[in-house]
Design a protein around this ligand. Structure first.
Ligand SMILES: Nc1ncnc2c1ncn2[C@@H]1O[C@H](COP(=O)(O)OP(=O)(O)OP(=O)(O)O)[C@@H](O)[C@H]1O
Ligand SMILES: [Mg+2]
Length: 502
């Protein structure tokens, strides 16, 4: 037998030799076995008659590479998927190769069939694994970024797009992953990664650092990183980042609350101490006042000593006033409620603050309505509220400006109002929500406790009233206090009638 026939017969793929009119010259051994035919049967038939039992024309003529082989005298192939009788799919590659004569002309065409089902299935499996990995990476809540050795970003998952503010496409255009870090940080990370010391070579255990987003903001993160190796060769690096902003904010809030708690404990014991001292001082002061009065009365009207004693009496009364305020502040002065005219309380608050150094040269304007405006309150406490508002107003004006005290009522709503206005610096919007918080102060250390407004709010609320900023701007602020109008006797006694008439 011709050795060429033996080669043809020993090919492990089913193979045909075709003439240029697609008629079969011969089929190799494995072809005959596979299609259960004889050489006599196939010889002279067209290839589509064997494959498709189609006599007239080939059903895949449009995509058959036969004509291409004739045209460029090179090998061509066609990949086909077909279903087996049991329903399973198979993939077949038909490779057409020209057989040329000595002068390079195509005289026959070799058509061999290769079953590529296994390769195709592997490809599919690979694709599915890849898609699955992509899904895992994309749905990770941690931001993941990978870059090649030159620093070009190869991968950025959705969480990373959110964290850094770049889309993956924009990130690729950054050219270097270094740009998502502050200067020098990327290099430092690479140095640690290559160091055996920290987490082993190629690995960086969790560390806190800062990254930079598209807007140029620094974001605190916790990150881990790794070098990806192929054998010994570094091929890429990757980082996994978790945004620490929320966590840090919560921690900060916790610290603040703890500090506030410690501070309020301190203030509570200070308050107790102050109340104790005030109480102790009150008795001797009463004694001094009593005897000073006795002594003054015993002296003649124009005795010079009498004048001295009157100074003493005046100062002792001031001291008693301070003690009274201290007791009011620490709420030791009882919760007794008096029925008073609001204007009277305002005048008292003003009198108690006027001499203070902080008051300075502030002009006072009183617009106190002369309507009947009774309130049933703990007078000491409400005086304290007025003092706090006046002192704040004077502090905001730095000792110069106009302080306006205005009172009025709304009979239908059964309310009495007090407004304390200043021409001071105003309250910036970011502080507005916080001014009633205990210990919130913008005054320098040691100057303010930040308790003034929170205590005032507590007092007014206890009275069923309200206190708020009515308006504020850089040219001044108005605080508004609202209290219930007191009407004596529900069933309309003289007093109430008088009030209604007014
Ligand atoms: N009339 C005002 N004008 C501008 N800012 C004000 C005014 N009243 C209050 N504030 C702001 O509110 C903060 C809190 O006031 P609050 O009276 O509670 O404490 P404080 O005045 O700072 O301290 P303290 O009352 O113990 O002296 C002040 O530090 C100030 O920033
Ligand atoms: Mg204050």
């Amino acid at each position: 037998m011709d050795w060429r026939v033996r080669v043809f017969d020993s090919l492990s793929f089913p193979t045909l030799i075709l003439r240029l009119d697609k008629s079969i010259v011969a089929a190799n051994h494995i072809f005959l076995e596979r299609f259960k035919v004889t050489n006599d049967f196939v010889a002279g038939k067209k290839c589509h008659e064997i494959f498709f039992e189609a006599e007239d024309s080939c059903p895949i003529i449009g995509s058959c590479p036969f004509t291409m082989v004739l045209a460029d005298k090179k090998g061509h192939s066609l990949l086909r998927r077909f279903s087996m009788k049991d329903g399973s799919a198979r993939w077949e590659e038909r490779v057409f190769s020209p057989i040329k004569n000595a002068s390079g002309e195509v005289i026959y065409i070799l058509e061999s069939l290769r079953d590529v089902t296994r390769i195709k299935l592997l490809e599919k499996e690979l694709r599915e694994t890849e898609e699955f990995l992509q899904k895992i990476i994309q749905s990770s809540a941690s931001a993941i970024v990978a870059a090649d050795r030159e620093g070009e970003i190869l991968l950025m998952n959705r969480a990373a797009e959110d964290l850094f503010g770049y889309s993956f496409e924009e990130a690729r255009r950054l050219r270097s992953v270094e740009r998502i870090y502050p200067p020098g940080v990327a290099r430092e990370i690479m140095r640690k990664l290559r160091d055996d010391g920290e987490g082993g070579k190629g690995k960086l255990p969790s560390m806190k650092t800062t990254v930079i987003n598209k807007a140029g903001e620094e974001i605190p993160v916790e990150m881990t990183a790794a070098i990806i190796y192929e054998g010994d060769k570094e091929v890429a690096t990757m980082g996994i980042y978790n945004d620490l902003r929320d966590k840090l904010a919560v921690e900060k809030k916790l610290q603040e609350t703890q500090a506030q708690l410690a501070q309020s404990e301190k203030m509570a014991s200070l308050g107790q101490l102050a109340a104790g001292v005030a109480h102790e001082i009150n008795n001797p002061l009463t004694g001094i006042l009593f005897y000073a009065n006795l002594a003054a009365e015993a002296l003649g009207k124009d005795d010079r000593l009498r004048e001295h004693l009157e100074f003493i009496i005046e100062d002792v009364e001031r001291c008693k006033g301070i003690v009274k305020n201290l007791l009011a502040y620490s709420r030791q002065s009882g919760t007794a409620k008096d029925i008073v005219q609001i204007n009277e309380v305002v005048e008292q608050g003003l009198a108690l603050t006027r001499d203070q150094r902080l008051f300075g040269g502030v002009d006072v304007r009183k617009e106190l309505s002369d309507e009947m405006m009774l309130i049933q309150v703990n007078k000491n406490q409400i005086t304290q509220v007025i003092i706090n508002l006046i002192m704040n107003a004077c502090a905001a004006m730095d000792g110069k400006g106009v302080l306006t005290l205005r009172t009025y009522r709304d009979k239908d709503k059964m309310k009495v109002f007090l407004e304390v206005s200043d021409t001071g610096c105003g309250i910036p919007p970011e502080n507005l929500k916080r001014i009633f918080d205990p210990f919130f102060t913008t005054k320098e250390l040691g100057k303010g406790t930040g308790l003034g407004l929170s205590t005032s709010l507590g007092i007014v609320m206890e009275h069923g009233g309200d206190i708020r900023v009515k308006e504020t701007s850089p040219s001044g602020t108005t605080f508004l206090v609202e209290l219930a109008l007191y009407v004596p006797g529900e069933d309309g006694d003289d007093f109430a009638d008088e009030l209604k008439e007014k």
